[in-house]
Every structure is written in C-alpha cells, then in structure tokens.
Design a protein around this ligand. Structure first.
Ligand code: AMP
Length: 400
C-alpha cells in the first residue's frame, strides 16, 4: 500500500489540534481537537471525519500522550490509525526554529535537542510543540516526524531588516533579532497569489497580510521573504486582537518606574490587554465593526488605529520591495472583514493598489482578486491553509 496520507499536529500548551490529509489531492480526511490537556477536570475531544458525523466525548487527558492516543483511536475508527501503512509522515507545527531551521526538518534526537535549546525564545510554544513530537514518536517510532517551523520562511530576511539597532554583543549573546512568525501562512498565501496572477512565484513581489487574532505583514520578493512585522516574539508590528504590536520600548520603563508595574504585569498588559481589546474592550473585529456602526467612539478609534498601522506597514513594504505586484489579505479578519480591506488600502491609490467594492463585498470564499482590472497593483484575498502547507512540506521531504 502506498503511503499518501499525512497527519498534521498543532500542539499547544493545553490543546492538540490535528488534521489528516490525503496528499494525492490535498483533501482533508478528518480534523479534530483535544482540549484541556493537563487541566483539572475532564478534557474534551471533538473529531470530524470528512463527510461524516462530528463525534464529541469527554475524556481524561492528563498529558499530550493521552491526547494523541485518543486522537489516534478516533482516526483508527475511520481507517487510518497512527500505525496505518497509509500514513507517510506526521507534520508538526513548531513555532520557533530560530536561525537553525530554515526548512522543514526530519526529526531526530539532535533536532529535538536544538528545538529544546530554542525554548527561551518561545517559552510557551516550543515546549508544547516538543511534547507533541515526542509523543507521536513514542507511539510509532518507525513513522517519519517532520518539524515545520513558523519562523523558517523568514530566515531569508537580510540582516539589515532582521537586526535591532542595539549593542551587537548583547544581541548576539542573547540571540536578540527579528525572527518573524506565521511563516507557513505567508509562504502558502504568497505562492497562491502568484497562481492567482497566473505567474510563477519567482516572478512576483507580494505584500501578504495575515490578519487573524495575531497579525503580521510580510514583504515577499520572488518567493523569498525580505521583511516581516513580527520580531523577536509575536508581539511586534501590527495591532492585533489583544496584542499591542509596535510601541515605544520606553513605555515598558515608564510603566515600571511610574506605575510600579512588574515586568510580568507589563508582559501581560501588552500581550493580553492591548490591541483592539485594550483600545475598546472587544478583540473580535466583528464586534468592533458592529459597535463602530452604532456610533461607539472607542470602537471607531480602535478600528482607525488598526487600519492606520496596517496602511503604514503596506506603505513601508512598497519601499522595501520597490515594485509590488499584489497586496494579499488572509486569516480570520483578512478573509472576512471587507471593511478592514477597504480601510487598509484607502488613500494608497498613488502607489497602485485599489479595491473594487463590488468584488470586495461579494460573498465569495475562495482565492480571489478584489481589485479592478485597471489597478497597477492587484489586491487579493486568499484563505490561508497552514495545515495543507505543513502536510505538503512534510510529504515533499519524506519523498525527496
Ligand atoms: P484567526 O486567528 O485567523 O482564526 O482569526 C480570528 C479572528 O478573525 C477573530 O478574532 C475575529 O476577529 C476575526 N473574524 C472572523 N470572522 C470574521 C468576520 N466575519 N468579520 C470580521 N472579523 C472576523
């Protein structure tokens, strides 16, 4: 039997998301989620086979191993367990690959040790990702495990865009530089944009805007990333659902010295009580737009700050790229919020991108252009598919 399926695992600190994909046609065979891993009380598993009934059950999930075993049972009931000969590989989303990992990587002990060494750069994410990899490996040691890094697509960013202008020795000693995140999504979406324009990825320059709960922009020249808005951590850059994005670093000293806040409190403030939520109390763009339309001034300001930051980055990336063929929106906000797309390119006509409001507000869901024919720079909406991208990269690696 030919192994043509890939299981994609995205393991967080208390949850495990999984998808099983058939690589012959990129279709989804099943998807699922195990929640409340390691928490008090019972966990929950939701499993949905393609074209089948969603199954949900409560279960005890003391750790990631229990979660993956439960997911494996559901998958086995549909025909592809973790020991199935149909399975070609497991693709793992790993958040931080530092400068070490520039491409998808077959996991061995050395790779695990290196991901472990990067834990200080992603203290919440990398340990959870490691738990997922170790568990999958233990359950089926024969099966290739492939790590696909959120940072990998950004390792082509030149030093002049990746270095912070701080003491070079301090930066080197503590690996302080801009790494960028959402790389799997920016890679997928920039390639899909080239296809939408009927061009090869090497021929086009694209500004990709991944606007979800977290948000980042990337400047992609001929398929290679040359700049991105997130930095050492996913806190830098655009205004997000609950994260501030760019602030003067002196805000931290000010809050510490003047307001007496601790570093941990300021960390929590900037990551969880800022962004749209900080500005108006809601982190969901749907609520922000609804309230704004009802005349709520705080929601209006939140939307305007969000849109202004977005426009500033789009403008900056025109300068970084020199020539831009397309501006592409993706993720929860980017794919759904036509108002955000309109506001993001408003006033940028002189640079080239224009939105056709009829196309922008149409009920289409697939990859599409929303700019008029005459626009010098296309504007596109491309639904992101990080699981398919991880599966594609993992499958290509094990078949190389
Ligand atoms: P993601 O992180 O890509 O799943 O995006 C999640 C975010 O997308 C949510 O917090 C919402 O703010 C936003 N979102 C989802 N659907 C819509 C919609 N129809 N209109 C505006 N924003 C949306």
């Amino acid at each position: 039997m030919k192994a043509t399926q890939v299981l994609v695992l995205n393991s967080g600190s208390s949850s495990l998301k999984y998808q099983l994909l058939e690589m012959a046609d990129g279709s989804r065979l099943a998807s699922g989620l195990v929640e409340r891993i390691g928490e008090q009380g019972t966990g929950r598993l939701v499993h949905t086979p393609a074209g089948g009934e969603r199954r949900e059950r409560a279960l005890s999930v003391p750790d990631h191993a229990a979660a993956l075993r439960a997911a494996g049972e559901e998958l086995a009931a549909d025909g592809t367990g973790l020991d199935s000969p149909r399975l070609a590989a497991v693709g793992h989303r790993v958040v931080h690959g530092g400068r070490s990992f520039t491409e998808p990587t077959l996991v061995d002990d050395r790779v695990l040790a290196e991901i472990e060494r990067l834990v200080p750069l992603a203290p919440l994410h990398n340990p959870a990702n490691l738990a997922g990899i170790r568990t999958a490996r233990a359950l089926n040691p024969e099966l290739p495990q492939v790590a696909v890094f959120d940072t990998a697509f950004h390792t082509t960013i030149p030093d002049h865009a990746a270095c912070y202008a701080i003491d070079a020795d301090v930066a080197a000693a503590h690996r302080v530089r801009r790494y960028g995140f959402h790389g799997t999504s920016h890679a997928f979406v920039s390639r899909a944009t080239a296809a939408l324009l009927d061009r090869r990825p090497e021929e086009v320059n694209v500004i990709t805007l991944h606007l979800g709960n977290g948000a980042s922009a990337a400047a992609v020249a001929g398929g290679r990333c040359v700049d991105t808005s997130m930095g050492l951590t996913p806190l830098e850059g655009l205004v997000m659902g609950t994260r501030s994005g760019d602030v003067d670093p002196a805000v931290v000293f000010h809050l510490h010295r003047v307001a007496g806040m601790s570093v941990d409190e300021i960390d929590e403030l900037l990551n969880s009580r800022s962004g749209l939520r900080g500005l108006c109390g809601d982190n969901d763009m749907r609520e922000v737009v609804r309230r704004m339309d009802e005349g709520d001034g705080r929601a209006r300001l939140a939307f305007d700050v969000y849109a202004h930051r977005l426009r500033s980055y789009i403008g900056a990336y025109f300068a970084v790229l020199g020539r831009v063929d397309a501006v592409t929106f993706t993720a929860g906000v980017g794919e759904n919020a036509s108002r955000v797309r309109t506001a993001a390119v408003a006033g940028l006509d002189a640079l080239g991108p224009v939105v056709d409001e009829r196309l922008n507000t149409a009920a289409d869901r697939g990859p599409r252009l929303i700019s008029p024919e005459y626009a010098r720079v296309a504007v596109a909406v491309v639904p992101t598919d990080e699981e398919l991208e991880i599966a594609t990269q993992a499958f290509a690696l094990v078949n190389a």
